[in-house]
Design a protein around this ligand. Sequence first.
Ligand SMILES: [Zn+2]
Length: 318
Amino acid sequence: MLLPITQVVEGIFKIGPLDTHCRTPWTSPHLVMGEERAAILEPGEDGQAADLLQALRSTASGELAMDLKRIAYLIPTHIHLHHVAGANVLLGECPNAKVVVHWRGAPHLMEPTRLNESTSQVWGEGCPQIDPIPEDRIMTVSGGEVIDLGGRQLEIIETTGHAPHHISIFDRLTRTLFPGDAAGALYDPHKNARSRPDILPPLFDVEKAVASVRRLRALNPALILRFGYNCVDYSPDKTLEWVEKDIRAVERICREGMQQKISSAEIGQRVVDYYKSVGVALPSGEDVQREAGMPGGGGPIGMYRYLIREDPSLEMPR
Ligand SMILES: [Zn+2]
C-alpha cells in the first residue's frame, strides 16, 4: 500500500496516517526539507517504520523520492514509544541521522528497559518497544537550540508538563509548530476540533504544562501540525488558549472530586461531562473510559498524582 504524502506548507510533508497495527493511536510523521538536510518529526512506531521508509523513497508522489542520506535528524517530541519506537529501523536506513531528544529522555533511549516496561503497563501486549540506541546516534537538547537544515531553521522549545522530557519544534520559515502532546491529543481529524489535554502520564505537571502552552503561544505560530490522525490545525492561538483553559478546568474537577472523596469513575464522568460541554473531540467506547477514569479505565492518573504531590492530604480515588 502506498501512503498518502501531502505537502502541507513549503517543504513540509505529511506522511500517512500510519496504521499502528496495535492499540496505540494512528500517527502521522512529518518530513521537513531544508536545502541541504532534512528532518523527520515524530518518527512513530517500529511497526510503522517500513511503510514510512517506503513512502520516503517513493517517486509516486512526484515530490519526494528522498535520498535517505539527506535525513540528518529524527526528532520525536518525547520518548513515549508510539512517538519514537521506529527510530532504530530508521537509523539503520538513514546513515547520517541522529535522534534529537531532551537530555532527560536520552538515558532511557540508550538503556530502554524501564521505558519498554512502563509502555507495556500502559498499552498492554503488542505495544511498541524499542532497542537501545547507541550514544553516538543521539543528540541531546534542553530547549533553545536551533537546528539548521540549510535555508530553514528548526527551533527546539522545552515544553515539559505532559512529560518532563517533552520538547516542541518550531519551523521559523513557515511558522509551523509541532507541539507533540503539549497541545493535547486530538481524536477528530476535522480541522479546528478542540483537543483533549493529555493528562494521563504519571509525571504530568499542571504548572509546567500551562507554562509550556504559554511559551508556544508566544511564538505566534501560523499552523499546528499534529502527531496523530493526520490533523492540521489552522487556529493555533485558539487551540492553545483552549488547552490552558481545559487543563485548569480538569485540575479543578479532579481536586474537588478528591476532596469530596468520590470515586474515580464519578470524577471521570465529571471530566467527560466537561469535555462534552465545551466540545472537546473524544474517542468512543472504552477509550473514553480509559481517558477519563470511567469504570474499567485507568483514570486521569497523571492529574491525580500531580494533585497528591501538591497536597499530600489528598488520596488516590478508587
Ligand atoms: Zn505522550
